[in-house]
Design a protein. Structure first.
Length: 217
């Protein structure tokens, strides 16, 4: 469902081009969860950002279902993120001025893909029923990340991309949040690609891939 082929990306640093991705090949099948590991600075976030259309690659191809992501312009990539991708980051990134209820529906409403029954199921499964009137600053880290996962999955994306989603959580909370995410991903049948430094958490996903020296071995 996601197919990345020969992806390359360099950054210009101190007058020199530094190649970060040197021909990355990666697939994520429908319903599959994949952990992306690699040492610090190996380019994991760069790869995730390119797949999310937050930045453009220098070469290679990214295809998501029947969409040629690499061929999209800025507007097309923004549309892709809005309608087809769920994004979760380490810093939760909830909208501080909106209640939990409003944060939750934000993505599905702007994508025009709000589904009341699925929304209610997300609230139930993520244990958010009693938190709906609160604001992000009134939540723990684990609670905030549960809202962020609900927001990302509400429009039923094709692919959930997560960059160190449990990096700010203690071990027990990380386990609980990831368990919920895996369950919900299985329920929607979307693909799941997660960057993590934790071999323990990586092992709980269907498959692990390692980024090293600019390629996936
Ligand atoms: N906008 C940028 N301009 C220049 N160099 C960049 C930029 N973004 C990333 N880099 C460089 O690209 C390399 C890969 O960075 P990236 O954040 O993708 O690695 P990472 O594997 O996610 O690291 P970490 O595990 O520490 O988060 C690093 O050497 C980084 O300094």
């Amino acid at each position: 469902m996601l197919r990345v082929t020969g992806l390359t990306k360099s950054y210009r640093s101190a007058g020199e081009d530094v190649a970060v991705l040197r021909g990355v090949d990666l697939t994520v099948a429908t319903g599959e969860s994949v952990a992306l590991t690699g040492e610090s600075g190996s380019g994991k976030s760069t790869l995730l950002h390119l797949i999310a259309g937050l930045d453009a690659a220098d070469g290679g191809e990214i295809a998501l279902a029947d969409i040629n992501v690499s061929g999209l312009n800025d507007a097309g990539r923004a549309e892709l993120r809005r309608d087809r991708l769920g994004l979760v980051f380490q810093q939760f990134n909830l909208i501080p001025s909106l209640s939990v209820a409003d944060n939750l529906v934000f993505q599905s409403r702007i994508a025009g893909r709000h589904d009341a029954a699925w929304h209610d199921e997300l609230v139930e499964r993520l244990g958010l029923k009693n938190l709906l009137r609160r604001y992000p600053e009134q939540l723990s880290g684990g609670q905030q990340q549960r809202v962020a996962i609900g927001r990302a999955l509400a429009p039923k994306p094709l692919l959930l991309l997560a960059d160190e989603p449990t990096g700010n959580l203690d071990e027990d909370t990380a386990d609980e949040v990831l368990h919920l995410a895996r369950d919900l991903v299985a329920r929607t049948g979307c693909g799941f690609l997660m960057v993590t430094h934790s071999a323990r958490l990586a092992a709980t996903l269907d498959r692990q891939v390692n980024l090293h020296a600019g390629v996936i071995a």
